[in-house]
Design a protein around this ligand. Structure first.
Ligand code: F0G
Length: 352
């Protein structure tokens, strides 16, 4: 057993780094691929479902994979500051890795639409958090212009190093399964991650590390489904604030992935997302944030299309602790409060 010291060291030969690159890492990656017995049973017909629990990364989301690369390269290139637009997770990751690299981080967020845990992270890491009176797409347009005009490096997923880092999740899935899955279900916002996974699978395939290539199944939320609808959405909305995006930065790439993998984009309703969120927690013991549950909502929505005995991986992009308010609001369970501090009262509440 070798010591894990982050994905750049683990997959160095597949990444655009050299001996000159200062590796900025929090030892991200190497997240578990967990068999999902209840979901497998719900799909039936011998289908095996796994979840790739990327919420176990150091800042609690898959963004750490992209950020270790983007920040290492920014440091190598002599940057002094980085900037991103974010629905929350990118800002948490950028802030943390910027600290490690000794860079200043600026983050633009849509005012009122970032989950509590993510906001808490960016603030505690010491980033400059700027809340914009607008949505993610407005924030993104602003940071693009700012990075063009001022000496700050843009670390959104249009930064090519982001996808290079994120593609390692596909390597890990293959290393863990012994081959690529038949299907990969993944939530889609800016469509960076689906593009990165596809890059990773293709690269591993070229190196004979896997025999199969998966069908890439991308899922957007109904109120924020520009790729499914085929046009930008002006005022995107969904309970899954992480993917509340109306004009994805990697739209063209996403269509190419759909084409090359014979994949599909579909939309899932907030109700379906929340149901999958509860199923993951109550039947699998896995706590993810609502946006991540879109992959499982999608799986359950299109399950009849899955071939018998196929292997499916659902990507769980973010940790449930990121968004405690959603959990409390949608758990369909309540704290039994006001119980007296005596054995009899507790036993009665317990049903004994
Ligand atoms: N899941 C989570 C938890 C996310 O935070 C995001 C994106 C996605 C899925 C979608 O990934 O954009 O590559 O298609 N979050 C970005 C952010 C927008 O700012 O944290 P994508």
């Amino acid at each position: 057993r070798t010591k894990w010291s982050g994905l750049i060291e683990a997959y160095r030969s597949f990444l655009p780094v050299s001996d000159q690159t200062p590796v900025v890492t929090l030892h991200e990656g190497n997240t578990p691929l967990i068999p999902a017995y209840s979901l497998s049973e719900r799909v039936g017909r011998g289908v095996k479902v796994y979840v790739k629990y990327d919420g176990l990364n150091p800042t609690g989301s898959f963004k750490d994979r992209g950020m270790t690369m983007a920040i290492s390269k920014a440091k190598e290139d002599g940057a002094k500051a980085v900037i991103c637009a974010s629905t929350g997770n990118t800002s948490a990751a950028a802030s943390a890795y910027a600290v490690r690299a000794g860079l200043k981080a600026f983050v633009l967020i849509p005012d009122g639409y970032v989950a509590l845990g993510k906001l808490a992270q960016a603030l505690l890491y010491g980033a400059e958090v700027i809340a914009i009176d607008g949505n993610f797409d407005d924030c993104f347009n602003l940071v693009r212009d700012i990075a063009h005009k001022y000496p700050v490096t843009l670390v959104n997923s249009v930064n090519p190093y982001r996808l290079e880092g994120q593609k390692t999740a596909a390597f890990e899935v293959v290393d863990q399964l012994g081959d690529a899955p038949d299907w990969l279900c993944i939530p889609v916002g800016n469509a960076g991650n689906i593009s990165a996974y596809w890059m990773g699978f293709c690269q591993y395939h070229q190196h004979q590390k896997c025999e199969k290539l998966p069908r890439m199944m991308g899922f957007q939320a109904v109120g924020s489904a520009p790729i499914v609808e085929g046009h930008p959405v002006k005022s995107p909305n969904t309970v899954a604030t992480a993917i509340r995006i109306g004009n994805p930065a990697n739209w063209k790439r996403a269509l190419a992935v759909e084409d090359a993998s014979q994949g599909e984009f579909n939309a899932v309703t907030d109700e379906e997302i929340l149901e999958a969120y509860r199923i993951l927690a109550r039947e699998e013991g896995v706590f993810c944030e609502p946006a991540s549950a879109a992959s499982v909502a999608g799986l359950l929505k299109v399950k009849d299309q899955i071939p018998n005995n196929a292997t499916v991986v659902c990507v769980l992009t973010g940790n449930g602790l990121k968004d405690p308010q959603s959990a409390i609001d949608h758990a369909q369970a309540q704290v039994k409060a006001g119980v007296a501090s005596e054995l009899e009262s507790v036993a009665q509440v317990m049903g004994f």
